[in-house]
Design a protein around this ligand. Structure first.
Ligand code: NDP
Ligand code: OXD
Length: 311
């Protein structure tokens, strides 16, 4: 197979970690790092978190756009050159880190660890013994690469698990619901809600009052999807009314979360800075290189995005 020229474009990811890993799997791969591009017409593939200002139209010979994120909303799909396939990142290392984060967040809510942390400065010795795990229902919105893994892991812990996706699914030990018709039945018995949806026109603002009112009173929310899934005012109201008891939020409409934002100091909200899952060049490079080979051979990419669907 002939050599290929790849452009690496990210202000978040470190090219010095990626370049050796990619070249280990494809030794004759030529890599340039944005903004140092000698000849834009020679660039055949781009590995990208957010496209550079002015977009990708300056690269007329692109054969593949490989996202550095599992989510692709930040690529602004409709603005990308038409006809060039786009792949989201599926990285086994990233999946494990998302699974671990969700297990941590679920157990933190289940065991009442925030209440213990709040009692410590006041030297309060207060018992909280949770109900059996099988009596607590964890609901996962989005049953794809990440949501499917999280649902299985939480079921392994002994919780009662429900899942919701666009299309019907069968996952062992997970009660699956689908489509807008299945949402109320899914949410009605969900004590701890995890959002692992992609951000699309259909899912934007889904974590809002109508959904919160379907949940049992006192439910917990974990949002690890995207900040724009959440209607922030509705969450603050739901926390105040007790409809939602606590929230763990990793993603925000504005990142970094501005210092004056009420979430930072809200006693019922735990904030983490978009770190639920992280990819690694070591675990992701084989998948990326396979897609470069596919692009050269004009074959469909792995994890190819459906541009109209938005994920
Ligand atoms: P996938 O594309 O593999 O899965 C998406 C899932 O969402 C699918 O099950 C899909 O249903 C479901 N879905 C999509 N639209 C709808 C809808 N309208 N109604 C119901 N279900 C819907 O994505 P991943 O699992 O890889 O990633 C999910 C998201 O996680 C990313 O898009 C990103 O936003 C977020 N993320 C966050 C990170 C963080 O650090 N916080 C890190 C990585 C990702 P179906 O199966 O029927 O198509
Ligand atoms: C991703 C993310 O999409 O980090 O990979 O959010």
């Amino acid at each position: 197979m002939r050599p290929m020229k790849l452009l690496f474009c990210s202000h978040l990811d470190d090219p010095t970690e990626w370049i050796p890993e990619l070249q280990r799997h494809m030794p004759d791969l030529e890599i340039e790092v944005w903004p140092h591009v000698k000849d834009p017409t020679a660039v055949e593939a781009i590995l990208v978190w957010i496209p550079p200002e002015g977009g990708l139209a300056r690269f007329p010979n692109l054969k593949a756009i490989q996202s550095l994120g599992a989510g692709v909303n930040q690529l602004d799909l409709k603005s990308l050159p038409r006809g060039v396939p786009v792949a989201r990142l599926v990285d086994p290392g990233l999946t494990v880190s998302m699974r671990d984060y969700c297990i941590w967040a679920v157990l933190r809510h289940y065991r009442g660890l925030d209440a213990h942390a709040a009692n410590q400065p006041q030297k309060k010795w207060v018992y909280y013994i949770p109900p059996p795990k099988s009596a607590v229902s964890v609901g996962v919105m989005g049953l794809g690469e990440l949501g499917g893994e999280v649902a299985r892991a939480v079921a392994d812990l002994g919780f009662s698990v429900r899942g919701w996706a666009r299309s019907p699914k069968t996952i062992e030990r997970v009660a699956c619901f689908s489509g807008s018709d299945g949402l109320a039945a899914f949410a009605g018995k969900t004590d701890i809600l995890i959002c692992l949806l992609p951000l699309t026109a259909e899912t934007r603002g889904i974590l809002a009052r109508p959904l919160f009112e379907m949940l049992p009173k006192g439910a917990r929310l974990i949002n690890v999807g995207r900040g724009d899934h959440l209607v922030e005012r509705d969450l603050l109201d739901a926390l105040e009314s007790g409809r939602i008891a606590r929230a763990t939020l990793d993603v925000f409409a504005r990142e970094p979360l501005p210092p004056e934002h009420p979430f930072w100091s809200h006693p019922q909200i735990t904030v983490t800075p978009h770190v639920a899952a992280f990819g690694s060049a070591v675990t992701a490079a084989p998948v990326v290189v396979e897609n470069l080979r596919r692009a050269l051979a004009r074959k469909p990419l792995l994890n190819q995005v459906d541009i109209d669907r938005g994920y």
